[in-house]
Structure formats: C-alpha cells, structure tokens
Design a protein around this ligand. Sequence first.
Ligand code: NAD
Length: 380
Amino acid sequence: MERKSFIKQLLAGSAGVTLFASQIQMLQGCTTPLKTKKLGIALVGLGSYSTTQLAPALLETEHSYLSAIVTGTKEKEDVWSKKYNIKKENIYNYTNFDEIVNNDDIDIVYIVLPNSMHAEFTIRAAKAGKHVICEKPMATSVEDCQKMINSCNNANVKLSIGYRLHFDPINGYLMELGQNKVFGKMNTETGFAFTLKNPEKWRLQKSLSGGGPLMDLGIYALQAAIYMYGELPTSLWAKDTTKDTAFFNKQNIEGSLEWEMTFPSGKALCKTSYEEDFYCYITANTERGEIELNPSFTYDGLKGKTPIGPIEIENVNQQAFQIDAFALNILNDTKSIVSGEMGLRDMYIIEKIYESARTDGKQVLLDEIPNILDLRKIRN
Ligand code: NAD
C-alpha cells in the first residue's frame, strides 16, 4: 500500500486489524509462506507467562504449534502433556535439554526463564541447531547479547526477541502516527510500573533478574520511545527515584527510575517502578493535540485516542501474531523485525541508563548505539 494512502486511511480513522496483519506479512517478505510446514515449538520454563499467555496463544497460531516442553518441575510434565497433547518423548528438563538436537518435532525453542538464564539457554538451543525466540530482556549484559547473536549466526539459526507489541495493531497504529509525524512534531512520555515487594521472587534477586523494574518493565517504555519516533536516541539522563531505599538497596536493585532520552526530533520522558501503583501509558504531545494509549503495554484492554478521536482498533492475541511472524521468518528465510540485534541495542541503552543513574543524572551520549531500528521506519 502506498504510504500516502495509508496515512489518509489513518487520518480517516479507518486503519484496522486486517490492514495491520497484511502489513506484518509484508514485513516478513511474503504474504504466503514458501513452505507450508507447521513449525514445532518447545517452551522452556513453564512459569506464569508460558502458562497464561504463550501456551494458549500456540493453540491459535497458524504456522506453529506447541510440540515440546522443558521444565524443572516433575509435576508439570503430566499436566502439560495431557492439556496440550505433548508426546512423552518431547518432554525435557534443564539437564537433558541438549538432547533436543535429535528431535525433529522441535524447530523453535522459546526461552521463558528468568533473565540471567536467557543467554545460556539461547546458546545451548543454537548449538542444538534450533531457531530461538528469547523473552525480553534479551540478557543481562551487552556482552551476553553479543554471545547469543554469535552463537545463532555460527549455527545458522534465526533469533528473535519476545517484543510482542511490534505485532499489536494498536501500538502499530501509534508507530505509524508518530514516525510519519501525522499530527506534527511531538514530545513523548511513557512508563510502566506495578508493585512488587516479595524478596523471594526472582525479579527482585539481582543474580536472576540482572536489575530492577528497568529490566522488566522499563524496557517497554524504552522500546515505545524508539518506535514512536522511529529514530535512535542520541543521549540520555537517568535518576534513581527509589523511595524505599532500605528494601531495594538490600536487593541491590532500583525500586523506581526516571530517565529522558533525546531523539533527533523530540524527547521522551520515561518512568518505571516496582513500588508504585500500576501505570502503563504512552502519551505524545503533538502540534495538533494529544495521542494517548493507556494502558499501552498490556495483553489486551488497550485503549487510546488521538487528536481526531478514540482509537477504534480491536485487541488481538499479540503472542499468536508474534510467534507466527517468526515462523514465517523461518519458512520464508527472512529476518525477524524484533531481532537479536534489537535486543542488544536495548541492553546497550539499559547499561547507559544505569550509568547515568549512578552519577545522579549526568547526561550520557549514546555515540556507539547499534544502528537497529524498527523496520517500519526503514520501509518508509
Ligand atoms: P515466572 O517466575 O512465572 O516463571 C519462570 C520459570 O522459570 C518458572 O517455570 C521457573 O520454575 C523457571 N525457573 C528455572 N530456573 C529458575 C530459577 N533459578 N529461579 C526461578 N525460576 C526458575 O516468570 P515469568 O513471568 O514467566 O517470566 C519469564 C520470562 O518471561 C522473563 O524473562 C520475563 O521478562 C518474560 N516475560 C515476558 C512477558 C512479555 O509480555 N513479553 C511477560 C511476562 C514475562
């Protein structure tokens, strides 16, 4: 579709799910897969996200299905194999995981473990010759992200990060509005928070999480700022705004954080927290009024408005769209729009945010930022 007529449709408020789905397929390089095999997926880590979102989504996918599970909890084996009709020989644990190399039912390994385990399991999956989807954040350091990319390249397998919102039509609509400056120049505010104070949880243990809410929730704000502009930030400042310093210092992670990124065409003020009531929003103050999405990063219930009225686009199963898009990448031999390089780029920015927060808000230049942008912008 011509860019001009697409923008016209946006302004008329008629862009919808069908249009967005076909755009995603265009981004995958082909509308129908060259090969038609349904790809088998092994979920690694059967915690909350796998249980409540990914496994149900895999019942809705067209090009992929749940063929195997990897779990450290014996009791889950029976429950999952019955519920999802998984063969006994397709159940693995973290020790015998590498035996997947001999299993043709597994094309893709989806890693849904605590953050510090992402690198190890991505590298092991690649060595077994399997394509990988790794949950966000990609890892806990740029160095690990690079090792993961290298392993996948060496094994000639594809790597994708679980950035589901690139496959959500409502966030996609905001990307188009922001990147095409449909309502003129803008400054953006975005944030994500929920309350978490249980020190037993891996998210509050630095050795497993790699950091506080920035790693877990703030990464959505970081992503949103970049995809709203379709530009890379050139500098940033960050401040640790933790209130309960006694608790969070003991955990050695931040409780709350604010940062601002400067882009060539505007600024983005971002917030994240584990000690505030739930918030989850993108706001863009444009020359013609406000664009708002609130909540912006949840699985459904997304609600938004633009200067011309409410956004009337249906919520979709983001995870099903995301996983099928990767299956199409494999079937059509195209690159994921949410690549390992994008995951590494975000980890680079996260490291710079922590660097600035340690110096109480010193401006940090992002002069070596990996040049990876959302392909929607590159296409324009
Ligand atoms: P969870 O705690 O519910 O599940 C973690 C799983 O890892 C459990 O099955 C647990 O048994 C297993 N595990 C293995 N070794 C462990 C260890 N040493 N300590 C703790 N657990 C261990 O977590 P979750 O919410 O499912 O998150 C898993 C990953 O998925 C994280 O990287 C998170 O950031 C990501 N996630 C992404 C989204 C998204 O929307 N993309 C949403 C939720 C979580």
